[in-house]
Design a protein around this ligand. Sequence first.
Ligand code: PLP
Length: 443
Amino acid sequence: MTDTPASSRPETVVLHAGWRADPTTGSVAVPIHQTTSFQFQDTGHAARLFALQEMGFIYTRIMNPTQDVLEKRVAALEGGVAALALGSGQAATAFSVLNLTEPGDNIVSSTDLYGGTWNLFANTLKGLGVEVRFVDPADPEAFARATDSRTRAYYAETLPNPKLEVFPIAEVAAIGRRLGVPLIMDNTAAPVLCRPIEHGAAVVMHSLTKWIGGHGTSIGGIVVDGGNFDWEKHAERFPTLNKPDPSYHGAVWTQAVKPLGPIAYIIRMRTCLMRDLGAPLAPMNCFLALQGLETLPLRMERHCANALKVAAWLARHPAVGKVIHPSLMTGEAKRRADAYLKGGYGSLIGFELKEGGAEAGRRFIEALKMFYHVANIGDARSLAIHPATTTHSQLDEQEQLATGVTPGYVRLSIGIEHVDDIIADLDQALAAATGTRVAKAAE
Ligand code: PLP
């Protein structure tokens, strides 16, 4: 048996999609192809590869066999048709937008964003002539109102922190389909739990650095093409895919790759943006992301189960004022969480200390013994940070409040340790910060 088993179940896909065994050595683990370049069979072969008449490996900046397996697996996990791995989540976000935009164009983005994405959108893209119009995701119609003939995409995160209010994916995707605008979803915080393409998103990106890599070893990103958006139907809106490309002998991407499937978006990103801007994911890091991917569904189960118990425990703690976790939400926010997250509410939790503001938050972080104090999320280990004095310290207090960060707000990324140990560490740190101690039991 040499074929990859055909299954769309995440637990199977992450172990089997895109790879069975090495045809020459029989290696079951995906080899790390630590090479810059690939020997051509002859000059005709080389010419056919460069002319895209035949797919194959040329140079590791453009593609590499280890990277290829990672791309196929994440594409299968997300229900897309193809993917491109990149050197970071930031590069993935930047490429996902730059692939559709030219100076004078705009995109409409949710305000609930990772800070790095906010900076890229508000400053760097602006400097490149691409305007980002920020709208409140509580009102999906705001996306329609901000759209004009130069709008090239909508952008949002499935489960954005610190608010942790799930984005109305189907609602905004439907608006986009009506107006001819694709929805790009950052699904970093909800892999396995949510498949945005099933809800109408056209493109999904991940920071591989977080839950997919899962072990805090490597920075990486990936963009998945849903293959479900009709770029030709809206040809005027998408000149980068529908007009002759002077950098590739006048190729029109929607036409040039038709025989290979609905992959114009991702092929153009690889052949033009990756070629020109060069942000590849190193083969070793592709391998490490693949290692993380293999156990991702299993880890997500534990991440979510632990977070659910921790959120409930924090909500009962007398020194804790407010706990932010989708499981504790009500109304529309809870409806969206239940509609879009399957198998758990994610492993990010925010909470506020009732008294003591930023100083109590600082004391709490200082007192943690098992939690790591780092600017990261999605590690197998439990992590904590006090945003007001770190990630959001460049914002003034009003700006901090607008993004959902109060002075006493603490962000936790719950790991896969035994939940009693997680709660015991939180308990002793809360006691040190506030003088209030409760039982360590999870139930
Ligand atoms: N998207 C989200 C939701 C993130 O949290 C991050 C990083 O924290 C990124 C994108 C950027 O990813 P990277 O750090 O891999 O560049």
